[in-house]
Design a protein. Sequence first.
Length: 199
Amino acid sequence: MERFDTVKRNLEQRGFAVRTFATAGEAAAYLDGAIDGKTVGVGGSVTVEQLGLYELLEKHNTVIWHWRREDKAGARREAMDTDVYLSSANGLAESGEIINIDGIGNRVGATLFGHEKVYFVIGRNKLAPTYDEALWRARNVASPKNARKLGKKTPCAVKGDRCYDCKSPERICRGLVTLWGPMMGMEMEVVLIDEDLGL
């Protein structure tokens, strides 16, 4: 996990707590032990899904995730008011910036305010050398994959190759958030996993 040394150091200098794991299973076990007796909100995250965190955490926490509820709008609102929030990232720069793009805003909004702690669960494939490259990845890799996964009729979903900065009513990349450090009054921990996870 030497590849994480630089980003770990830079994230810590910015005020983030950082844990690194060789496998998704180890990271999931850590989070299952660290989060207990809490209300937990989850953003739309393939990484969280791949780790099986909902099934682990629901045994001893109250977990609110719109991917597991019929009332998706209600679940998104409830998840904004939980003790803990879980998200991933669309891009992570080795210099320590965390980048997320959102369509509805619940995921990026929840990472900015209202929780005791936010965990960012991030696979090695999200890592880029610089901020500009991490932003490029978020826009041109993660967003087209997400649009395609959601069945959107946007140029990026159809062609799957890059962002077209489209004006489509189905566009899912409507807001961009860069975290330069943890928000004031809220703990933030980055869980880095040496596996390719998420989109």
